[in-house]
Write a protein that binds this ligand. Structure first.
Ligand code: OSB
Ligand code: MG
Length: 372
């Protein structure tokens, strides 16, 4: 595979509305876009790390260092014939999964464009459309939340995920359930609880939630099993799963019935394909999570979610939910019945990156020539 250089851009993009979870509020994104250039064509990847290491141990700055000092030098020294080899080449570096996935994604996009095929086709996607859910952050008041849920239901989202945190859980979700008796609803705790909070989870059991996402510690799979044994609501792991091996262990232990897959969190597409296969083999529910991505990361999510193992609606909402103007054309849009078309007919990402808009948001940029 011919790659002449890799560019790392650092972007700042203002979000349309702030997004609050149990670990903090995002008002803008400070993120990296990685470009792989062959002299003619550019492949794009997005680094989904948040600005600070509050979701996982990675942050935008640590990813920039990992890419510059460790990952790009390994790629420069390697002979890569297919993007599926990138994971192996980067394996000597432990973890730093979001940094790895960002550059691997750029290689996949470039390779697919060189082949003239879409990423969805390159991955073996089968779905013409993906099903879309919405993730709603913590709101000031229950009234604000009810309004947001109401708007989401009207927009057509196929399931609603609601962030919870201690003190903002049972009563708040009871109020939502009282008003929306038929809506598929789930909760995401982002690791904010412990086994001492069992009464919260047994109370939530009454609300017929599709699942509860990452209720316990970000690095736990043992207590999640103990919790899963004591509640009816299926447990879904997000933060705890960093690889196909983590997924296998979580499944075998009985700690997770459903997996939220984020390509960045597991280190890239090759690892994601292994998890998708595992979930299909074991009959485990799977959906594509989100990290408040720009259009580039969003297009990557649409492509991976086209695989048959993605059995549940994901968090890949349309561009207009996050951005006044996305950096891709067309923007990612959703039909009134909550579906996004998979762009099989267009090479690579299937959306055009608008370089002038990318430039507008770029705070700094470095290009690293490769020797190949
Ligand atoms: O836990 O899934 C999460 C956003 C940032 C960090 C973690 C999470 C989220 C979301 C939003 O839930 C998903 C999205 O809309 O992109
Ligand atoms: Mg989550």
């Amino acid at each position: 595979m011919h790659v002449e250089s890799i560019t790392i851009r650092r972007l700042r993009m203002e979000m349309l509305t702030p997004f609050t979870t149990s670990f903090g509020t995002q008002t803008h994104r400070d993120l990296l876009i990685v470009e792989a250039h062959d002299g003619e064509t550019t492949g794009y990847g997005e680094c989904v790390a948040l600005a600070a290491p509050i979701y996982s141990e990675e942050a935008t700055s640590t990813c920039q260092v990992a890419l510059t000092e460790y990952l790009i030098p390994l790629l420069a020294a390697a002979e890569i014939t297919h993007p599926r080899e990138v994971t192996e080449v980067l394996a000597p570096i432990k973890r730093n999964n979001m940094a790895k996935a960002a550059v691997e994604g750029a290689y996949w996009d470039l390779w697919a464009k060189q082949q003239g095929i879409s990423l969805a086709e390159a991955y073996g996607g089968t779905r013409e459309q993906i099903e879309v859910g919405l993730s709603i952050g913590l709101k000031e008041t229950d009234a604000d939340l009810l309004e947001a849920v109401s708007a989401a239901v009207e927009t057509g989202y196929r399931r609603i995920k609601i962030k919870i945190a201690p003190g903002r859980d049972v009563d708040m979700l009871r109020a939502v359930r009282a008003q929306f008796s038929q809506t598929p609803i789930m909760a995401d705790a982002n690791s904010a609880y412990t086994l001492d909070d069992l009464d919260v989870f047994t109370a939530l059991d009454e609300l017929d939630l599709m699942m509860i996402e990452q209720p316990l510690a970000h690095d736990d799979i043992v207590d999640h099993r103990k919790l899963a044994e004591q509640i009816r609501t299926p447990v879904c792991l997000d933060e705890s799963i960093h690889s196909a091996e983590d997924a296998r262990k979580g499944i075998e232990l009985g700690s997770t019935e459903i997996i939220n897959l984020k390509v960045g969190r597991v280190g890239g597409i090759t690892e994601s394909l292994a998890i998708e296969q595992l979930c299909r083999d074991r009959g485990i529910g799977l959906w594509c999570g989100g990290m408040l991505e720009t259009g580039i990361g969003r297009a990557h999510n649409v492509a991976i979610a086209s695989l048959p193992g993605f059995t549940l609606p994901g968090d890949t909402a349309p561009s207009s939910r996050y951005w006044a103007e996305d950096i891709i054309e067309p923007a990612v849009t959703m039909s009134p019945d909550g579906r996004i078309e998979v762009p099989y007919g267009t090479p690579g990402l299937g959306y055009d990156v608008v370089v002038s808009r990318l430039d507008q948001h770029t705070v700094s940029s470095t290009t690293h020539p490769l020797k190949t």
